[in-house]
Ligand binder design. Structure first.
Ligand code: BGC
Length: 245
């Protein structure tokens, strides 16, 4: 079965049809730049452009970089605040004329990793963290998702954790991997202290360069592995949800 997933990120809005038997894109994904400011109208235009590129007309899964409860976007740390309290599912569905499901981006990536990637077949507690513009989290217990955990906003040395430990923080502050790594290291130790997971799956932009980062992390009891679906995880997870429509 093929369904369609769109991933709304801090830099790009990307999408593709997905083969759910393999958890893989059936065509090369298409991406438009995330508009700035990332207002609902401008972003939904971008989603429309991505979906139209493929002539898709069917169930659509869309990720959003904030809390999403029953199709309503509740927070907007890295996009325009106009998203807060919006019935995004209804708006996108009306604009595109198709059934839509909206879910948190890290939850989508996590669902995909648990089904087809680094978390496949893993029981116990697994935490998928996406390190990119922000830090996203997806918490699983025996493969079941507890949605909208928002662990990227834990406090780390008096700061919002994602402001210090995200990939964007490394780039903005022009830090070497060595100078930056102690931040995600402390962050992982903190999350481990709270949840005692057996496995951390590290996704987002950083999963393309695990060799730069993972060897610098020490003293964490849980196994730490890079995400396998890399930047397609959000698209695949969104499509998996769309299949339930
Ligand atoms: C948001 C999360 C999101 C993460 C990654 C955070 O700022 O609050 O909802 O999953 O960024 O995009």
């Amino acid at each position: 079965m093929n369904v369609f997933g769109v991933d709304i990120g801090g830099t790009g809005i990307k999408g593709a049809p997905v083969d759910l038997d393999r958890g893989a894109l059936t065509q090369e994904r298409f991406k438009v730049l995330t508009p700035h400011p990332a207002t609902p109208q401008a972003v939904i235009d971008g989603v429309h452009e991505v979906v139209s590129h493929f002539g898709w007309d069917g169930p659509l899964g869309v990720t959003f970089p904030g809390v999403v409860v029953d199709g309503v976007t509740r927070t907007a740390a890295n996009v325009d605040k106009g998203w807060i309290g919006l019935d995004a599912r209804k708006l996108i569905s009306e604009r595109l004329g198709m059934p839509v499901v909206v879910l948190n981006d890290a939850d989508a990536a996590g669902i995909a990793e648990m089904a087809f990637g680094a978390g496949r077949g893993r029981g116990g507690t697994t935490i998928v963290l996406t390190l990119g513009t922000g830090i996203g989290s997806a918490l699983f217990t025996d493969g079941h998702l507890i949605p909208n955990t928002e662990l990227g906003h834990l406090e780390l040395r008096g700061h919002d954790a994602e402001k210090r430990a995200s990939v964007k923080a490394r780039e903005d502050e022009d830090l070497s991997w060595e100078h930056w790594a102690h931040r995600p290291q402390k962050y992982l130790a903190h999350v481990e202290m709270l949840f005692s997971p057996e496995l951390f799956v590290i996704g987002g932009g950083i999963s393309r360069k695990p060799e730069k980062f993972l060897p610098l992390i020490h003293g964490i009891s849980a196994e730490i592995v890079p995400a396998e679906l890399q930047n397609n995880a959000g698209i695949v997870g969104a499509a998996m949800r769309a299949a339930t429509l």
